[in-house]
Design a protein around this ligand. Structure first.
Ligand code: HPA
Length: 270
């Protein structure tokens, strides 16, 4: 694994001059951030040794280097989902490579179903914590001490300073910004009414099929993390609307400008 990470990092270093310290995983709801990145350099995943290839509709696969808010950033256009069949090591491999390249701060975004009754479709939720319901932890197996500790603490998975800064930005820009706990599930099914209720009971505000594996690996590697969810549908026993991939994409596009504003400004300020 170490050899693979280094091989991939070496390849990227051979292509890119000025390595960023900030990386952004552009999930559903943040794709448009690409338009705000200047001096872009694209590296298709298909050209990167050891990188898996994204398969889902609405997710293209490129690593993008450029400038955002005056800072050098690396953006992943398209992520690898567990439901696509990748194992947890493949899902999180890009985060390992980011760390090897010197990235210290990771921004993540996703689409999620809301269980918190205060949420409405189109809301943006800052992730304050998560619950890992994936069947496997990405750190299972041999631990490489070079990458991080065997038993990493997860006391502050999402950086509290970044959350406070996001609240400030949202207040300045009059964006309604919710806080909540993200429940990470393997998918690809959306939840049954009883499952949405169950995730609410255990402390979740929103549920989705990504993010948690990447954040676990980022924390293992001692990176600072900021995450946001776009609430694309609502779930619970009283809710009869049927969520679909199309609905999720549509709602995410509507909420997108708010997420873009927050991330762009946060990058500029850190
Ligand atoms: N459940 C799981 N994943 C999701 C949802 C949902 O309701 N909405 C968007 N991603």
């Amino acid at each position: 694994m170490l050899e693979k990470i280094n091989q991939t990092a070496d390849f990227i270093r051979s292509k890119v001059n000025d390595m960023p310290r900030i990386a952004i995983i552009l999930g559903t709801g943040l794709g448009a951030l690409v338009d705000h990145i200047d001096d872009k350099q694209y590296i298709p995943y298909s050209e990167i040794p050891n990188f898996p290839i994204s398969t889902v509709e609405g997710h293209s696969g490129n690593l993008i280097f450029g400038t955002l808010g005056g800072k050098r950033v690396m953006a992943m256009q398209g992520r690898f989902h567990y439901y696509e069949g990748y194992d947890m090591k493949q899902v999180t491999f890009p985060v390992r490579v980011m760390k090897a390249l010197g990235v210290e701060t990771l921004f993540v975004s996703n689409a999620a179903g809301g269980m918190n009754k205060e949420f409405v479709v189109g809301d943006v939720m800052v992730i304050t914590d998560h619950i890992n319901l994936f069947p496997e932890n990405p750190l299972r197996g041999k631990n490489y001490n070079e990458l991080g500790p065997r038993f990493p603490a997860m006391t502050e998975p999402y950086n509290k300073k970044f959350i406070a800064m996001a609240d400030e930005i949202a207040a300045e820009k009059k964006i309604r910004l919710m806080h909540g706990v993200y429940v990470g599930t393997p998918g690809p099914t959306f939840e049954t009414p009883a499952e949405y209720e169950y995730f609410r009971v255990i402390g979740g505000d929103a549920v989705g099929m990504s993010t948690v594996p990447e954040v676990i690996v980022a924390k293992h590697a001692d990176m600072q993390v900021f995450g946001v969810s776009v609430i694309t549908d609502l779930g619970g026993k009283d809710i009869t609307e049927v969520p679909s991939h199309e609905e999720v994409q549509k709602a995410a596009i509507v909420a997108q400008p708010k997420v873009v504003e927050i991330i762009k400004e946060l990058v500029a300020r850190i």
